[in-house]
Ligand binder design. Structure first.
Ligand code: OSB
Ligand code: MG
Length: 370
C-alpha cells in the first residue's frame, strides 16, 4: 500500500442533548478526523478518546500528540502491505490504543477502497444487516429515563442499555421492568461505579432478568469481577477492563465475565478487535460493539466490525439522529428498518464525508507528507 499524505482535522461536534454517566457528563465530541491518502484514494478514521481522562487515560490532546510525535512518523518509516502490518508496527508503542486505532482504522478504510470492496468484507464480515440498541444516560428521576426509553422502544431499538450509579440503580431497573415488562431486552452499565463490598446490592439486580451488567467494578480489574460473577446470575460484561486479546484471554480464563463489549478504539484498532472476536467465538463468549458517541465515520467502522458472526448481541451503534443535528457523513446513519442498520455495499466504510459540515466544525487542521 502506498501512503503519501496524512491529514488530521480536529472537530467540535455538539451532542443534541447532554449525556450523563457515573464517569461524568458530556455535551459535545472533541475529536480528530484522520485522513490517509494513497494511490488516488483516501481512507478515514476517527479518534474516540474523550477530552477528559475519566473513561480511560487517553484524551483528545494525548491522541493528537501520539499521532504527531510517534505514530504518523512510524507509519511513514516502513512499507505497509496490509492494515495488519500497521497493528504490528504500532505494537512497540505501549498502550495509547485510541491513538493507534484512529490511524489504523483510516488505513483499513484506504485498503478496502484501494481494493474496491466494503470494509466489512475486508474484515471478513458476513452479515448484510446488523441489529442495534441504544445507550441511555442518567437523568434526574426514574420517570425521565422511562420517558426516554419509551421513545427508543417506539423507534424499534433492539436493546436498551441504561447507565446506573450508586443511588440510581435498583429503583431505576424496577421502574423500567414495571413499565415495559420482562420481555424488553434490558441491560445496565455502571462504568466502574461499584466495589466488591457492594456485591449484595448488585446481586439484587439478579431478580430483573437483565441481559447483562456492564463493568460494575474497577476499570482495571478482572479479579474482583471474577469473584462477583461467581455470586451473580446476571452475566457480567467487561468494557473498560479489556484493551487487547490478551486481556480478553485472561478474563475468560478467570471467569471475570460471560460477555465482552468490543470497542475498536479501546483495543487499539480493527485488527485487535477482530482477534478478540475470534477468541471469544472459540470460547462461546458472545460479543457486541460498544460506542463512544462516534460521528458517522466511527459509526461506519462499528457497523463493519459488527458484521462479523460472533457479534450476536445488539450493540450501541444508534443512528446519527440519536446524537447529532447533522452528522459529518452522507448519507446519515439511519435505520434500514426499525432497529436495523444495513451494512454498506460501497467501497471502504461506504459513507462519504460531508465537507460543508466538517469545515463548519473544524478547529484545527494539519497535514503530514512522507
Ligand atoms: O461505557 O459504553 C460506555 C459513551 C462514552 C464512554 C463510555 C460509554 C459510552 C456509552 C454511549 O455508553 C455509547 C454510545 O451511544 O455511543
Ligand atoms: Mg460501558
Amino acid at each position: 500500500m502506498k501512503i503519501e499524505k496524512i491529514e488530521l482535522k480536529r472537530l467540535h461536534l455538539p451532542l443534541k442533548e447532554a449525556f450523563e454517566a457515573s464517569i461524568g457528563q458530556q455535551t459535545k465530541r472533541d475529536f480528530l478526523l484522520v485522513g490517509v491518502h494513497g494511490e488516488g484514494e483516501t481512507g478515514y478514521g476517527e479518534s474516540v478518546a474523550m477530552p477528559t481522562p475519566f473513561y480511560n487515560e487517553e484524551t483528545t490532546d494525548t491522541v493528537q500528540y501520539m499521532l504527531e510525535k510517534f505514530l504518523i512518523p512510524m507509519l511513514f518509516s516502513q512499507p505497509i502491505e496490509s492494515p495488519q502490518d500497521v497493528s504490528r508496527l504500532f505494537s512497540k508503542v505501549r498502550r495509547n490504543q485510541m491513538a493507534k486505532a484512529a490511524l489504523e482504522g483510516a488505513v483499513w478504510d484506504l485498503y478496502a477502497r484501494q481494493k474496491g470492496i466494503p470494509l466489512a468484507r475486508a474484515l471478513g464480515g458476513t452479515r448484510t444487516e446488523i441489529a442495534v440498541g441504544v445507550s441511555v444516560g442518567i437523568e434526574k428521576t426514574v420517570e425521565e429515563v422511562v420517558r426516554k426509553v419509551e421513545g427508543f422502544v417506539e423507534e424499534g431499538y433492539r436493546k436498551i442499555k441504561v447507565k446506573i450509579k450508586p443511588g440510581f440503580d435498583i429503583a431505576l431497573i424496577e421502574g423500567l421492568r414495571k413499565r415495559f415488562g420482562d420481555s424488553l431486552p434490558l441491560m445496565a452499565d455502571a462504568n466502574s461505579a461499584y466495589t466488591l463490598e457492594q456485591a449484595d446490592l448488585l446481586k439484587e439486580l439478579d431478580q430483573y432478568s437483565l441481559i447483562m451488567i456492564e463493568q460494575p467494578l474497577a476499570h482495571d480489574d478482572i479479579v474482583d469481577h471474577a469473584r462477583l460473577q461467581q455470586q451473580m446470575r446476571t452475566p457480567i460484561c467487561l468494557d473498560e477492563s479489556i484493551h487487547s486479546v490478551e486481556d480478553a484471554r485472561h478474563a475468560i480464563e478467570l471467569g471475570s465475565c460471560k460477555i465482552i463489549n468490543i470497542k475498536v478504539g479501546r483495543v487499539g484498532g480493527l485488527a485487535e478487535a477482530r482477534k478478540i472476536h475470534d477468541l471469544c467465538q472459540a470460547h462461546d463468549v458472545p460479543v457486541w460493539c460498544g460506542g463512544m458517541f462516534e460521528s458517522g465515520v466511527g459509526r461506519a467502522h462499528n457497523i463493519a466490525i459488527t458484521s462479523l458472526p460472533n457479534f450476536t448481541i445488539p450493540g450501541d451503534t444508534a443512528t446519527s439522529s440519536r446524537y447529532w443535528e447533522r452528522d459529518i457523513v452522507t448519507p446519515a446513519v439511519e435505520f434500514s428498518k426499525p432497529g436495523t442498520l444495513a451494512v454498506p455495499e460501497g467501497p471502504g466504510i461506504g459513507y462519504a464525508i460531508d465537507w460543508d459540515v466538517v469545515s463548519s466544525l473544524q478547529v484545527l487542521e494539519k497535514s503530514y507528507s512522507k
